[in-house]
Design a protein around this ligand. Structure first.
Ligand code: PLP
Length: 382
């Protein structure tokens, strides 16, 4: 009997929670009215949408009016950066060097539009340097963006401190919390942050549904113009079913966060210890940083990254090279480069654990991975 495949790429995308899928189907058939319509069908859609907004807002300690639903994390990041910078022609913007491409490429697009861009360096563990944040603040940027936790190596950034520095300087602070939500406490009533990005498919919600938290009195220019939906910040008929499923999945992720993070952290530690013991010269990236509990990035010298991923896939083990969103490129990623990891360290493999991950799966990976690396190293040597 063939063994079940093992999915260890939850940082790329998670399976939809059954409850979220059911809610989506129900809302699609029962609340199909356009939320902007005045009749009963429209009012039913509006009520479902606003209830979803309230529920998500409660999960992050926000006011409902501070939640803007978007078509995913990338759009939320774009709205934050472009929206803040385009209000102030020629202003500076700053972001860390290890941001997801949704932020980094957007920041570079702003540089192309004539904005001065400060890319903030990180230390060898992937943590943004606070002295660089302070230096950038003297330029009075319109926005500073430092992610809550990194998608590739899991390093958790000092958002409290960055937020405090930004507050002192009166500069808007955006953080991409796409990977952090559901794993760490992400609350806007306890953290000095003005803009926060979320993505449903990272916590068991639907793909293509996200949100941007916009603190009261943080001003943004919309990217999409039209009927003025989402308080004028995101035009287009709202995806009510998506928003309901997103909010439900967020509530569920938040309810199980403490014990699930502890469970995943235990499995991740077991995986890491086993890999270190069994694969000579393997290095764990950002090992010294505070990290997300479910992410483990390792560099493996002496093998070809593409072959290793393909061999793992044949073995039924799904992981990514660095981050999945740029896994077309198997070179050293911008994140590892910023951390000073040399190409000689070998290709990086990211294991990311999630709700479906079991201890037995981790043991199976600990059998298979070292053997595959050994075979590929022998082939390379031959
Ligand atoms: C940190 C981070 N930000 C943004 C995104 C993009 O989110 P979405 O896939 O919803 O566009 C991702 C997805 O991998 C991510 O990991």
């Amino acid at each position: 009997m063939s063994r079940q495949p093992i999915y260890l790429d939850h940082a790329a995308s998670t399976p939809l929670r059954a409850e979220a899928g059911e809610a989506m189907l129900r809302v699609m058939s029962e609340c199909f009215g356009n939320p902007s319509s005045v009749h009963r069908w429209g009012r039913a859609g509006r009520a479902a949408l606003e209830r979803a907004r309230e529920r998500f807002a409660a999960a992050i300690g926000a006011e409902p009016a501070e939640v803007v639903f978007t078509r995913g994390g990338t759009e939320a990041d774009n709205l934050a950066l472009l929206g803040a910078a385009r209000l102030v022609p020629g202003c500076a913007v700053a972001c860390s060097a290890v941001e997801h491409k949704a932020v980094l490429t957007t920041a570079h697009a702003l540089a192309g539009e004539g904005h001065a861009l400060h890319v903030l360096p990180v230390d060898g563990e992937g943590i943004v340097r606070l002295d660089a944040v302070s230096a950038a603040l003297t330029e009075r940027p319109a926005i500073i963006s430092v992610m809550w936790a990194n998608n590739e190596v899991g390093a958790v950034q000092p958002v409290e401190q960055v937020g405090a520095l930004c507050r002192q300087a009166g500069v808007a602070f955006h953080s991409d919390a796409v990977q952090a939500f559901g794993k760490l406490e992400v609350r806007v009533d306890r953290t000095p942050v003005d803009l926060l990005s979320f993505s449903g498919h990272k916590f068991g919600g639907p793909r293509g549904v996200g949100a941007l938290y916009v603190r009261h009195r943080t001003w943004l220019a919309p990217l999409i113009h039209g009927g003025g939906q989402e308080r004028g910040l995101r035009a287009g008929t709202e995806d009510v079913a998506g928003a309901v499923a997103f909010a439900l999945a967020a509530e569920m992720a938040e309810a199980e966060r403490d014990w699930e993070a502890a469970r995943l952290g235990g499995l991740r530690d077991r995986l890491e210890a086993g890999l270190r013991a069994r694969v000579p010269e393997l290095a764990v990236n950002a090992a010294g940083a505070p990290r997300l509990p479910h992410v483990c990035s390792v560099s493996v010298p002496g093998v070809e990254g593409g072959l290793l991923l393909a061999a793992l896939d044949v073995e039924g083990i799904g992981v990514s090279a660095g981050s999945a969103c740029s896994s077309g490129a198997l070179g050293v990623s911008h994140v590892l480069t910023a951390m000073g990891v040399s190409p000689g360290s070998g290709p990086a493999v990211r294991f990311s654990l999630g709700r479906t991950t079991t201890a037995e799966e981790v043991e199976r990976v600990l059998e298979a991975f070292p053997a595959l690396v050994g075979q590929l190293r022998e082939m390379a040597a031959a």
